[in-house]
Design a protein around this ligand. Structure first.
Ligand code: MN
Ligand code: MN
Length: 296
């Protein structure tokens, strides 16, 4: 990796960390989730980056991929377990980082379990290491605290303009003998739960991503697809952002584009048995044998 690209990955990590810490600091009971999302988005702009994906603000048994739409009504309540999962894009160099807070309260043992699992991974992380060993470390830490890891969510490789590329890094030891990349970027994200440890698709979410070029007859839908391709490329985006630019007609256009598979719409993920879910995440950069946690 050349030095100027490396600097962009480091910058994306630093901005991700700053916005995560800022978001954690402003959360309080009575706050609208939509206001939190908008504050997060403004902070990225202030710090000089775009977003790698819409702010994921998932509460309690919602594990991931919830992002408030333009008409979101959710108000944070004391005791809500809120996962703040965000990332920066600096010309396609990305970060992906998450923290969990219990609104208006101190962190609970469930929150500490996923945080400690990630801290234990940081201690052993090496380029090219066994993915089973990472899963083993996460699983042992979370089960040791009396909770379950979520088996079908986990870390992943990251590349330019791709939040998910290459290896999957499970939160359990799957004993498949796979190894991490030697060079490049990965994210690790331990999820702990009071439930069975399995997420399922629930409602359609507000997060979309370009999937493939299609012939689109509708003129507005075609124009919006061109905008999406140039503005977000292969990064996920929020329907709200497109509605803010094009007005409510964008709702119809996104339906058309999802229907013909030009776009992919991410479903919201919920813990199957209704357990509470906690998550922490950092981004790791491997360059010539050295490990940098860019979001620490
Ligand atoms: Mn994430
Ligand atoms: Mn991730």
């Amino acid at each position: 990796m050349d030095e100027s690209e490396k600097e962009r990955w480091i910058k994306a990590g630093r901005i991700g960390k700053e916005v995560r810490e800022y978001a954690v600091s402003i959360v309080k009971p009575g706050m609208a989730l939509l206001d939190l999302a908008r504050n997060i988005e403004s902070k990225f702009a202030q710090l000089g980056s775009k977003l790698a994906f819409p702010p994921n603000l998932s509460i309690n048994d919602t594990a991931a991929h919830y992002s408030p739409g333009f008409d979101d009504q959710i108000i944070l309540k004391e005791g809500d377990m809120l996962k703040i999962d965000i990332g920066a894009s600096v010309d396609g160099c990305l970060s992906d980082t998450a923290a969990t807070v219990v609104v208006g309260e101190d962190p609970s043992p469930l929150v500490n379990a996923s945080r400690e699992a990630l801290e234990n991974v940081i201690k052993i992380m090496k380029p090219g290491m066994s993915i089973d060993e990472i899963g083993e470390t996460i699983e042992r830490t979370i089960r040791g605290a009396g909770f379950s890891p979520i088996v079908n969510l986990g870390g992943h490789g990251i590349s330019l303009y791709n939040v998910h590329e290459g290896e999957f890094i499970p939160n359990v030891n799957q004993q498949n003998g796979k190894k991490l990349r030697m060079e490049g970027v990965v994210a690790v994200e331990p999820f702990s739960t009071t439930g069975n440890g399995y997420v399922i698709d629930s409602s359609s979410g507000e997060i979309f991503m370009f999937q493939s070029d299609r012939n689109v007859r509708d003129k507005t839908a075609r124009e919006i697809l061109e905008f999406i391709k140039s503005e977000y490329k292969t990064l996920p985006f929020s329907r709200r952002w497109v509605v803010e630019k094009y007005g409510r007609v964008a709702n119809y256009a996104l339906d058309v584009l999802t229907g013909n598979k030009a776009l992919y719409r991410f479903p919201v993920l919920k813990e199957e048995s209704g357990g509470n879910v906690s998550q922490f995440e950092h981004t790791f950069l491997f360059d010539r044998g050295e490990v940098t946690v860019t979001t620490l």
